[in-house]
Design a protein around this ligand. Sequence first.
Ligand code: FAD
Length: 465
Amino acid sequence: TRPIHVIGGGLAGCEAAWQIAEAGIAVVLHEMRPEVETPAHKSDGLAELVCSNSFRSDDSTSNAVGVLHAEMRAAGSLIMWAADRHQLPAGSALAVDRDGFSEAVTQAIADHPLIRIERGEISTLPNPDQPTIVATGPLTSGALATAIREATGEDQLAFFDAIAPIIHRDSINMDIAWMQSRYDKPGPGGDTAAYLNCPMDRAQYEAFIEALLQAETADFREWEKDTAYFEGCLPIEVMAARGAETLRWGPMKPVGLTNRHRPEEKPWAVVQLRQDNKQGTLFNMVGFQTKMKYGEQTRILRMIPALENAEFARLGGIHRNTFLRSPKILDETMRLKVQPHIRFAGQITGCEGYVESASIGLLAGRFAAAEALGDQPALPPDTTAHGALLAHITGRNLVDKENGDFQPMNVNFGLFPDIEAPTKDEDGRRMKGKERGVARKRTLAARALADFTAWLAANELRKAA
Ligand code: FAD
């Protein structure tokens, strides 16, 4: 078999290279550092953690990223092996010694007889006779980003996220909020109640604006300043600073909506949320991109009536991030539809975080290896953490795959298909809200691990002769 090329020696690229090599297939891993630097990496090591040293929760019984850890370990992940060897005390989280971690990955890759590391920037996409995985991450070099844009079309590669917070639907108080589209205008499917509306009276609006004006915001890093935000996606706190009425004329317009619970009261302002996934478990806050610090976001957004107990699947942010409109341009195993010899992996596909990027590298590596051995790659079930994340990337959860808004995401239980969870505890006592929530997460986690183990057993990679 021909060697498979992997571009980018980060979390995803190293994991992909490892999985391919472990299947007995030769790999050439291209890493541009130290010849060409990124604005965030500081070393020339592979799998460098550019910011925090945390892989987040290691609890595989009731936390989605913990489940992802467990699935990766079961699949022989190099990244998890190195993380476990260089773990630091951090309670139930998995924190690592970043230098030891990166050195262990670099050494394992360098020592693998089937992997060759080539240093230097790759600035063009490969010819069709060269199967390749592109895993160049959120800070993909400019030349390669241009080549990707040329191959995919101008609008298919984004350079930064302007993310509005996403909320778990079951944490929204529907005694206050109601479903209605503005002017009851039907959507493509004829639905006239596509939006979830949270009303505010004048005093609530004014208090909210005041809180926004006082909020602490995250700084733009020096190298992010040149991607000054577009007028079309200004952070809400910037809009508030432009005038007390700006939001009321923008994303918080109260027109065309009638409060279903109190039809006689005309709302002074309305916050709208839109369904974010097919299952209807997640809703995003329309036009609410923000640069407020995370603690400030949860505190201030919970001032919105109906969101007082909101649980956030992801908070808002605006930062430099190169990512593809994957649902539109990638196939279900993350190959570029127009050039299927190229597969993408890692954060550039629209996942978020170290662990998620590595897990998508793991899948891309296994898919590429299966293909090289003449097998049809098998997709992990949607009920697993890997499958749920892959479904997000390839748009299987999107209401509109072609035109729908696509934003990178961490793994979270909102991406998993729903499940019937127990309503009574072991003593037969009926469980209440929070307890039931935990029971549901436990049931989802157990199903994911069982289904992933079965998938692995059924799809053991054949080894190349
Ligand atoms: P990377 O790990 O970035 O790896 C990509 C590799 O490709 C790099 O080594 C790069 O040098 C190389 N490369 C790029 N272009 C080329 C080219 N043309 N030719 C050859 N090589 C190339 N996630 C978290 O979980 N926690 C955090 O605290 C966190 N903080 C972050 C802070 C910043 C500033 C950024 C930008 C991201 C942060 N992330 C964080 C997200 C995190 O970077 C990614 O989740 C993760 O590193 C992505 O893995 P990856 O393998 O896709 O990309």
